[in-house]
Design a protein around this ligand. Sequence first.
Ligand code: FAD
Length: 305
Amino acid sequence: MVLIKNILIWASKNDWTSQKLPKYRFIQKSLSRFMPGESLFEALDACNNLENTNYGTIITYLGENVTSENQSKGVTNHYLNALSEIKNKSLGTLISVKLTQLGLDFSKTTCITNMKKILDKANELNTIVWIDMEEYKYIDKTLDIYKYLSNYYSNIGITLQSYLYRTNDDLFKLLDFALYIRLVKGAYVESESVSIKDRDLVDNNYLDLSKIMLNKKNLSKGFKPSFATHDDLIIREIVNEANKNAIDNTLYEFNMLYGIRPKLQNEILKSNQNIKILISYGEEWFPWYMRRLAENPKNLFLLLK
Ligand SMILES: Cc1cc2nc3c(=O)[nH]c(=O)nc-3n(C[C@H](O)[C@H](O)[C@H](O)COP(=O)(O)OP(=O)(O)OC[C@H]3O[C@@H](n4cnc5c(N)ncnc54)[C@H](O)[C@@H]3O)c2cc1C
């Protein structure tokens, strides 16, 4: 399984596979389970359906590591238009962005300028903007930008990854000022020196971090944790922890990805927990799709079937 995972992660970064494989119809067909369509219109349509059944929604426009000012402006304009469309359609959809899509690789200043435009627009709509956490090499820069922007905006959330040794320290620093933190296990392949390799230990760390995030002192400051996982055992533990401490279920939420464990998504919804579904869309789906397949190599057998 580890070998399959590594091959899929390798494929997600390889130029040849990235150009050839997306053209195969069987790959495009299998993708529809995880992505309602490439266009914003199709993503928002799916959001509308989900919101009609009481799920919250988040969208993210796929693509990473843009290399020019113009490309980063294009992505920024895409998100500004997405926010207008969300308003026009009276949806509650939030957006989740990657800083490398907004220029982080070549200019921190450009990235901040682009983020400010998006945050200003989101402020008008009274909605928050999530920042994804990318590979390890971007973490310091991402946290610096998040901290800087938090001086001016309160409608901004950041993602932390439980597979990293550093996350406990990062969480404690963020809890001084952050209002929205989303906890994930982590989707990239990182070195042993920085990341926990044992899956049980990653899960334990997730639980430890979630308990800190659910601390009443933090919640009383208006801090709202989001637990982004499809791990039913972890979800159950978090709900138990909240119940044990009489924490109202409006003070935290769960997030999951479109098409992953839909039965579990429904169970969470039916048990009166708040849950938001994140929908990815866009033409640049290949590396993202390979990472999703790598998260559960059984998906590969479904694809081949
Ligand atoms: C809303 C949201 C935002 C995210 N943002 C980021 C981010 O900014 N940075 C980042 O590094 N990662 C991000 N991730 C991905 C995350 O790090 C994990 O890679 C992913 O969520 C899988 O981990 P898990 O917690 O579900 O646990 P796992 O232990 O991987 O899975 C738990 C259970 O869910 C099933 N499952 C999980 N994924 C799949 C799948 N793809 N297909 C089928 N079954 C699956 C597993 O089989 C298992 O039964 C995000 C995830 C979500 C839900």
